[in-house]
Write a protein that binds this ligand. Structure first.
Ligand code: SF4
Ligand code: SF4
Length: 473
């Protein structure tokens, strides 16, 4: 009788990356040269160049993407977003999600196979290096890579991971800061050092250990495929009508075009057999298309036994482009983008907020005038230094030692104003004033501010000096 710890063998493989006894099945996919591999390499290496180069480029004096968490500023291609831009950020994230839904509905998992960093770095950087060090032993399950070459391979993986981890950090601190830090001791910058160390470890774990399991078991996007795809979405499919019955004994039987060479399975980076139909593990890398086309070429058969198609087209021969989701998604996307544009245009080049002295909201002087202390905070959202002037439009006395307010790019500052207006302007303890804020360029906005004063605004009202605490609102 078997012990409770014995794991029973299943009849067939449950996951493409597991052996029947539950142990890890290490995949060593064959490289299948072909048209799609050429295009994937062009696009993939261009994406890598863009990722590495972006922190070194400048738009309006800033990198195109800078996620400055300590200062809570997020820069995207010249536009800087602040935590106060909640609506803008929400609209931006919403538009990214809707775009993903639309692209997936139209082109299936094109992102996974052609643009996702996991696939791009695994298949175009780490895997080719591994093949190089392994040589002929790469595809043999029995032969392992000699220890010295194995160590050299991991050393190269480590160097690349350290480089990528530094590049990743540059998106948060900027390339110049990073280069400065790299010339000094890590003890001076422990947080940055820890971030780089953790990122390097995670990359090593990912590209040396987890590999395709990140796509097949961990990635949430892969899990959503069943709801994001429909029968018209572009997927990589096997033409079973043409290919079946499959078999090698071509002369003896009336077989389909599939010669059951298994090359499409051996080349698959997630280890699946596309002939079993659409599977969640398929990342749409098109390696099986290149592999099968090479066989069809040798057999002088038409290409495309495995090809980009849709479930509907494979079954009925017809492909319908227009359907509700490819109309609804772009409409919602347009609405969100228009809203984003409107909010962005109205954001202006400065953020302004008003505060009042809650402890002592107003002072009533003997001559019948009421003075409020108004604190005005300004944030310069431009990429240059600006000088801000603040004035009150109505007949009011304004004094401040803080004006003009000179602020560097993205700097915040505040000015304290003593604003005095006649008592008769107050009604029910309130009076509105218009505060105009201008800079030395194009910013010119007028804000309405409510001043706090005595409840009785008439000339015959009590006129003693008052300073009621806590009544400001
Ligand atoms: S590569 Fe083509 S011919 Fe070979 S097993 Fe796959 S589908 Fe059949
Ligand atoms: S089935 Fe084909 S397209 Fe899908 S992951 Fe495997 S090789 Fe790539």
């Amino acid at each position: 009788m078997s012990s409770v710890y014995d794991i029973p063998e299943v009849e067939e493989r449950v996951l493409s990356t597991l052996n029947k006894d539950g142990s890890r099945r290490w995949l060593r996919p064959r490289l299948s040269p072909g048209k799609f591999l050429i295009w994937r390499r062009i696009i993939g290496y261009l994406l890598i160049i863009v990722f590495v180069a972006l922190p070194y480029l400048k738009i309006n004096g800033k990198p195109p993407i800078l996620l400055d968490i300590p200062n809570r500023e997020f820069t995207f291609f010249g536009a800087t977003f602040l935590p106060t831009d909640t609506l803008l950020l929400a609209l931006l994230i919403l538009s990214i999600f809707i775009s993903i839904f639309l692209i997936t509905a139209l082109l299936g998992r094109v992102w996974c196979g052609w643009g996702c960093p996991q696939t791009v770095y695994m298949e175009l950087v780490y895997r080719p290096i591994e093949r190089l060090f392994a040589g002929r032993s790469y595809h043999s399950a029995k032969t392992s890579i000699p220890p010295l070459r194995q160590a050299a391979k991991y050393l190269v993986f480590f160097i690349i991971s350290v480089f990528l981890a530094h590049t990743f950090l540059a998106y948060f601190v900027g390339a110049e800061t990073l280069l400065g830090w790299m010339q000094r001791s890590p003890i001076e910058y422990p947080t940055a050092f820890i971030v780089v160390a953790i990122t390097t470890i995670l990359m090593m774990l990912d590209f040396c250990l987890f590999r395709e399991q990140v796509c097949t078991l961990m990635c949430p996007y892969g899990r959503f495929q069943s709801v994001l795809l429909d029968r018209q979405s572009l997927i990589i499919s096997y033409d079973s009508k043409r290919g079946e019955p499959r078999g090698k004994k071509r002369k003896e039987e009336n077989l389909g075009d599939c010669v059951d060479c298994s090359l499409c399975v051996l080349t698959c980076p997630t280890g699946i057999d596309i002939r079993n139909g659409l599977q969640m593990e398929c990342v749409g890398c098109a390696q099986c298309i290149d592999a099968c086309n090479s066989i069809m070429r040798k057999l002088s058969k038409p290409l495309g036994l495995i090809r980009y198609s849709s479930q509907e087209a494979m079954e009925s021969g017809k492909r319908r482009f227009l359907r509700p989701r490819v109309v609804i998604y772009p409409v919602i996307l347009c609405v969100v983008l228009v809203l984003f544009g409107v909010v962005l245009v109205n954001t202006g080049t400065a953020d302004v907020s008003f505060l009042r002295n809650r402890a002592n909201p107003y002072t009533l002087s003997d001559d019948g005038n009421v003075t409020n202390l108004v604190l005005i905070s300004v944030r310069n959202r431009t990429t240059e230094s600006r000088s801000y002037d603040i004035s009150v439009v109505e007949d009011a006395k304004v004094s401040s030692v803080d004006l003009p307010l000179i602020l560097e790019s993205n700097q915040s500052g505040s000015a304290t104003l003593h604003v005095t207006i006649p008592r008769h302007r107050f009604s029910s303890g309130r009076a509105e004033i218009n505060v105009r804020i201008t800079d030395d360029d194009t910013f010119d906005k007028t804000y309405t501010h409510r001043m706090i004063g005595p409840l009785f605004g008439g000339a015959d009202s009590p006129s003693s000096e008052e300073s009621p605490g806590g009544s400001g609102s």
